[in-house]
Design a protein around this ligand. Sequence first.
Ligand SMILES: NC(=O)c1ccc[n+]([C@@H]2O[C@H](COP(=O)([O-])OP(=O)(O)OC[C@H]3O[C@@H](n4cnc5c(N)ncnc54)[C@H](O)[C@@H]3O)[C@@H](O)[C@H]2O)c1
Length: 374
Amino acid sequence: MLKIKLRTGSGAYPVYLGRGILDKLGVLALSRLPACPLLVVSDGNVAPLYGANCLESLRRAGFKAELAVLEGGEKDKSFATALTLYTSALEAGLDRHTAIVALGGGVVGDLAGFVAATYLRGIPYIQVPTTLLAMVDSSIGGKVAVNHPLGKNLIGAFYQPSLVAGDTATLETLPPREFNAGLAELVKYGVIWEQKLFIHLESLLSRSSGAPLAAVLLRARGAWLPWLIARAVAIKGEIVCRDEREKDLRRILNFGHTFGHALEAATEYGYYLHGEAVACGMAMAARLAVLLKLLSPGEAQRIGRVLGRLQVPPPPRGLSREKVAAALYYDKKKEGEELIFILPVALGRVIACKGPPFPLVEQVLAEYLEGALL
Ligand SMILES: NC(=O)c1ccc[n+]([C@@H]2O[C@H](COP(=O)([O-])OP(=O)(O)OC[C@H]3O[C@@H](n4cnc5c(N)ncnc54)[C@H](O)[C@@H]3O)[C@@H](O)[C@H]2O)c1
């Protein structure tokens, strides 16, 4: 079991990673919280697989734990579902000396964290991520949110968990497409922060001609995957500890997200998984960086080659450049009317680029939609 300690301005908390951590969850939780009543929030896919194990571990350690099961899927990140959880918590008589446990992927983590941040003006919560994306990204850093009909994650808070406990054994039941989507975030850390991590992924791929990255990693599951997850957590941890509230540095985590969110929005959130859209967005950002002469074509090709092994679906038929361009303008990462893109300038280094010439952005969109980038 690996322990990484994160120190943010609003408090420090440990992240535990390893196989079989669910069995130890109760003991780990007891090191951070008194043996209080807990509401475990999970979804309809994860609860049948890991709910009983989670409750048993918590109860063994003396917690009074109850399970609330959501349907699952992005639509759960809504005010309506949050209201249902507030009601369950109130009806169960949960007072301020209780806590929430989020057992699931990023949807459960974001929603349960949001409910914890707001229920009775805030109660503690624990993140127990079960997707690769949640382990390496969404469970770290305390961004919690629900969606608004006008956009994703628009209503939320920065609210750090008391503890994160990621059991890597849970990844074995994750659907392959979800696993691939999480890998996109691993590639992201290599491009924005740590060249060594990127080169590692490249060299793993070079030893297997044309195989998808997921297959390469799963074949070597015992060896590389835990190391990569731990590096990702340490990198995200370092970034969010230096800039908890996204004033500056934390923005680099949005690499691939300006284009990626536009693709998700232009397809009504029904075609891409979030990580897939981010993978496309990273290829597009690398291309934009080349057009702006910020990145060498050779480095952009290296980024494209790794992203090309993530099995991202092709651009949907009939999606027009105009529709994606219009969706770009609803992006949260605008300053005034200017769009902000996080662009690579080298492997391991990115910059924020404000308001690049729009014809170049349109050229990138056209190249992506023609299938020329991935
Ligand atoms: N808070 C942040 O900093 C942050 C960062 C990135 C993404 N996000 C959010 O995360 C969400 C996406 O998270 P996600 O990709 O984890 O999606 P998700 O939570 O919807 O999980 C993906 C699917 O996998 C299933 N699943 C989860 N774990 C499983 C397991 N071990 N075995 C079998 N099935 C399993 C889920 O039921 C779901 O159907 C989005 O809402 C996004 O906005 C938040």
